[in-house]
Design a protein around this ligand. Structure first.
Ligand SMILES: [Zn+2]
Length: 199
């Protein structure tokens, strides 16, 4: 006996999400079957709006509904400093911490020879262009994750940026090796920013 077609489609869709195996996908699909119509409708429009309304900021690469994003537009933020992160979700983590008030740049990943990710696959060109055209920027903090790829990316960026006379620093203290910014608590992250070291 096969799943009714809409259920089969739903299972298939859930399985495309990271960390969702077949069994979990089945459980989620049948959960949706039992949800009330209103909740299902909210869920489906949230999915659709994510794709329809969001774009990447043309300056920093953050996910945004308006371009430039609210952070890039906010002139009250410290315009002298740019914090480089791997993903837009890392910005959310840093913002929650509330002790960093500079600008951001989202790489969209890290250099990874194994996965075939080279400099041209990341928002590196736009970062360099930004540094060249905006003389206000005096420091770049590299906040890639403390993984081998994150470290290699930090070193690569440092070699690229330093010759332009811009200070390059790296989040140092508190973040343990292999840890993601995403999972760091606010205290640790706050200490990591204030204790950053030059690379
Ligand atoms: Zn932006």
């Amino acid at each position: 006996m096969q799943y009714p077609e809409p259920v089969a489609k739903l299972i298939d869709s859930f399985m495309r999400l990271p960390g969702i195996g077949h069994k979990t996908a089945i459980r989620l699909a049948y959960f949706v079957v039992d949800m009330n119509a209103d909740d299902v409708s909210k869920f489906s429009s949230a999915l659709k709006e994510t794709k329809d309304k969001l774009r990447y900021c043309s300056i920093c690469g953050n996910l945004t509904e308006e371009d430039p994003c609210v952070i890039c537009k906010d002139k009250s933020r410290d315009q002298n400093i740019v914090l480089v992160v791997e993903q837009p979700k890392d910005i959310m983590v840093m913002e929650k911490m509330k002790s960093y008030h500079g600008l951001y740049h989202v790489l969209g990943g890290v250099l990874s020879p194994i996965e075939g990710t080279g400099p041209e696959d990341l928002n590196i060109k736009s970062l360099i262009k930004r540094l060249q055209t905006n003389s206000n920027i005096k420091e770049v903090i590299i906040a890639t994750n403390a993984t081998p790829e994150g470290e290699a990316t930090a070193m690569y960026l440092s070699r690229l940026i330093k010759p332009a006379g811009i200070k390059v620093t790296r989040l140092a203290h508190g973040l343990s090796v292999g840890s993601d910014i995403e999972y760091a608590d606010e205290m640790t992250l706050s200490r990591a920013v204030s204790g950053r070291t030059e690379i």
